[in-house]
Every structure is written in structure tokens, then in C-alpha cells.
Design a binder for this molecule. Structure first.
Ligand SMILES: Nc1nc2c(ncn2[C@@H]2O[C@H](COP(=O)(O)OP(=O)(O)OP(=O)(O)O)[C@@H](O)[C@H]2O)c(=O)[nH]1
Ligand SMILES: [Mg+2]
Length: 379
């Protein structure tokens, strides 16, 4: 037991166009070794396709910071669905865990933007999200935080596609509710939030307002999760994928053709020393690993229980009193010693499986002891 195929996890990400989905994935995978430092686990990309995609997006992200300027539109959007294929080594005797993360053009979330010929592919993406053990909800912080007039505020839910996100999340939560034995995690990740924290080069701390804004705008999404599957763990984990920039002014251009009737944009200044400074990606990665190792431990525990029962039954069988003649025959035919050997074999296997579960428990405890600071909280 413990074959890779038994631990093949899906991770879903649900967010609209340009929210920062690909940037978030690329940031947590770019430096995963360092982010997981001090823990027994390792994450590696599975195959060069994933590695190339991570490198390419990170190059674009770094390239958006050039010559003292930040071009917030420099990164190209995702045009085709792409599966990031990863392998998690839990650092125990247990076999690894395969995990696949599906990225897609965020515009597909919005029915008014989704091209008719992409409908079938969108269905596949939606099914993927429903089947995912972890759901990541990236949140565009600036739109929520910078909307000041009544009209702007009114357009925010449409721009953020919160109604569509709640629908996808509800389907996911229903599916999770039908598997009460499996752990389930939803991660709310505010992005483009460097302006609102004072822990990564910024001076203004509006982190409380940001948290309140997420709770307010994503109330329907949160209610969908809590209503359908109360066992789901809900984590709030903001990430700076650029880090060294700060909003100086914003624009709400009227455009009746766009969802919400506005196009939001922001101008940024670069904070010295002007180098990309990713923050918060470790919390997302460690929470994800902890969750997956926990799921694996539950499955391996079931196997351990079964092996223990098998070993007890084998011992009982080996020691069974078969009556005077039966016992004599078992002794003469070496049947008794065969039974004994079989029982010993089963005990060895049960013991090996018990050690696997123990080492996974140790890994979970070490992942759980990691302190992410005040940015991260349960919701
Ligand atoms: N201010 C700021 N902008 C960011 C950050 N991360 C990404 N961006 C910008 O957000 C834009 C969108 O990022 P993507 O990761 O391509 O967004 P996406 O959700 O994958 O978009 P689609 O592929 O179109 O669905 C890019 O132009 C980035 O420059 C960040 O931490 N801060
Ligand atoms: Mg993308």
C-alpha cells in the first residue's frame, strides 16, 4: 500500500481574469525548497513542462519591474488550461504524493466573457475544482480597498465575480460534505496587497481593513462553505508576489461594455531597493503540504488498522488448538511452523505500516509548528 496512484490529489484555484492566479502558483513553486526549509517535506515539479511554465511566468513577473517602474499589465494572461504537475515527498518512509494544480484563463469564470466554443473545456475545469481536495480563492485586494464612491463599490462584486466564485465553491463544499472522512481546506489568498501591510517594506498597516473587506465581499462564498460542509478548514493567507511596489493612485474608467461598467487600474511606485520580495508564499505552501500529508496519514492509518487485524488473526490461527490428533498432524507436517512464519510475516508488515503512520504524524506535527505570523488566520 502507499502507491502513488492512491495519493493523487487535485488542487483547484478559483478566480477571475487578472486576479493573479498564475503569479500565485509561480511564486509558491519558484522557491519551494527554501519555503519548506526546516520542514521534512519536499516539493518538486513533475516533468519539465511544469518547470518551464513556472520559470517563464516568474521571468515575466520579474520583467514587470524594470528601470524603476512597475508595469502591472506586463504579464501575459493564461490562454489555455494548464496543469502544474508536482510531487510531494513527505519525508517519511511512506511513498510520495502526486498533486496536480489546474490553471486556466480566469475570464472563463464569467459567463458574459466565456467564449461559446470554450464551454466544454470550462465544464472540465469546473469538475476539476469540485473534485479538488484543496480550493484556493485568490482575492484582488486593490479593487476592494480602493473603491471609495458608491458607484465603484457597487461594481466590485461584478468585477470580482464573487457570485460565480460562490457557485463553484458551493459545488466543491457539497462534494466535500459527502466525504466527511477526508480533510478539506479552502485558502483565501488576498493578492496585490503589498500596499496594505507594513511588514514587507510598507509603512501603512491596513491589514485589518483588508481582512474585513474580504469577509464582507466573500460573505456569500464563506456562507456556501459553512452551510454545505462545516468540517472544511478555512484559512486566510495573503501573499505579496511582487512585494516592493505600492499604489500611488487609481483610476476607474467608465466602460459600459465591461462587467461592472468600470475598468479599474492602479499606478504604482517602487519601494527601495526595488527588488521583488515575495511574502506569505510559505504559509500557503506549508498549509497545503500539511493538509495533503494529513490526508495521506488518514489513508495509511486505515491500512495500518487492516494489517494489524490481519496479523492478530494470523497469530490466533497459528496458536489455535486443533485437538490432540490435529495438533500432532500440524506438528508432523510442519503446518504449525508455517502458520507461525505467516503470523510473524504479518506482524512485521503491520509494524512497518505503523512506523509509516508514526513518521507521517511527526511530519504533520513539524509542519503544524511553523509560525506564519499575524498575516495568516483561520476564518
Ligand atoms: N501589485 C501587484 N500586482 C501583481 C502581483 N502579482 C501579480 N500582479 C499583476 O497582476 C497581473 C495578473 O497576474 P496573473 O498571475 O497573470 O493573473 P491571472 O489570474 O493568472 O490572469 P488570467 O491568466 O488572465 O486569468 C499581472 O500583470 C501581474 O503583474 C502582486 O503581488 N502585486
Ligand atoms: Mg493566468
Amino acid at each position: 500500500m502507499g502507491a502513488d496512484s492512491d495519493f493523487d490529489f487535485r488542487i483547484g484555484i478559483v478566480g477571475p481574469s487578472r486576479v493573479g492566479k498564475t503569479s500565485l502558483i509561480a511564486s509558491i513553486l519558484k522557491d519551494s525548497q527554501r519555503l519548506l526549509e526546516g520542514t521534512p517535506v519536499k516539493i518538486v515539479t513533475y516533468g519539465t513542462k511544469t518547470e518551464r511554465r513556472v520559470a517563464q511566468h516568474n521571468r515575466e513577473l520579474e520583467g514587470s519591474l524594470r528601470a524603476g517602474e512597475f508595469n502591472s499589465g506586463a504579464v501575459s494572461g493564461t490562454e489555455e488550461p494548464f496543469t502544474f504537475e508536482l510531487h510531494l515527498d513527505p519525508g517519511a518512509d511512506a511513498a510520495g504524493i502526486r498533486l496536480n494544480l489546474l490553471d486556466y484563463p480566469g475570464g472563463w469564470l464569467d459567463p458574459s466573457r466565456r467564449p461559446a466554443e470554450r464551454e466544454a473545456e470550462w465544464k472540465v475545469c469546473k469538475q476539476w475544482m469540485t473534485d479538488s481536495t484543496v480550493l484556493i480563492v485568490p482575492v484582488e485586494s486593490a479593487i476592494m480597498m480602493e473603491a471609495s464612491s458608491r458607484l465603484h463599490k457597487r461594481s466590485v462584486p461584478t468585477i470580482l465575480n464573487t457570485y460565480e466564485i460562490a457557485q463553484v465553491t458551493r459545488e466543491w463544499a457539497k462534494d466535500r460534505a459527502s466525504r466527511p472522512d477526508e480533510p478539506a481546506l479552502i485558502l483565501f489568498c488576498p493578492l496585490k496587497c503589498e500596499t496594505y501591510f507594513a511588514d514587507n517594506g510598507g509603512l501603512r498597516d491596513s491589514s485589518r481593513e483588508l481582512f474585513n473587506a474580504v469577509q464582507d465581499h466573500y460573505r456569500e462564498v464563506l456562507e456556501a462553505v459553512r452551510g454545505e460542509a462545516p468540517q472544511v478548514q478555512v484559512l486566510y493567507s495573503p501573499v505579496d508576489t511582487i512585494g516592493c511596489v505600492e499604489i500611488i493612485n487609481t483610476k476607474w474608467r467608465v466602460d459600459e461594455k465591461e462587467p461592472g461598467g468600470f475598468v479599474f487600474s492602479a499606478n504604482y511606485r517602487i519601494r527601495p531597493p526595488g527588488r521583488q520580495s515575495v511574502k506569505g508564499a510559505d504559509a500557503v505552501l506549508v498549509s497545503l503540504c500539511r493538509h495533503l500529508v494529513e490526508a495521506k496519514k488518514r489513508a495509511e492509518s486505515k491500512v495500518a488498522k487492516a494489517k494489524e487485524n490481519e496479523a492478530s488473526a494470523a497469530v490466533r490461527f497459528a496458536e489455535k488448538d486443533e485437538g490432540f490428533l490435529g495438533n500432532l498432524w500440524l506438528w508432523a507436517s510442519r503446518g504449525r511452523s508455517h502458520r507461525m512464519e505467516k503470523a510473524k510475516d504479518c506482524q512485521t508488515q503491520a509494524e512497518r505500516q505503523r512506523r509509516i503512520v508514526e513518521s507521517l504524524e511527526e511530519t504533520i506535527a513539524r509542519l503544524a509548528s511553523r509560525d506564519f505570523g499575524p498575516r495568516v488566520r483561520e476564518m
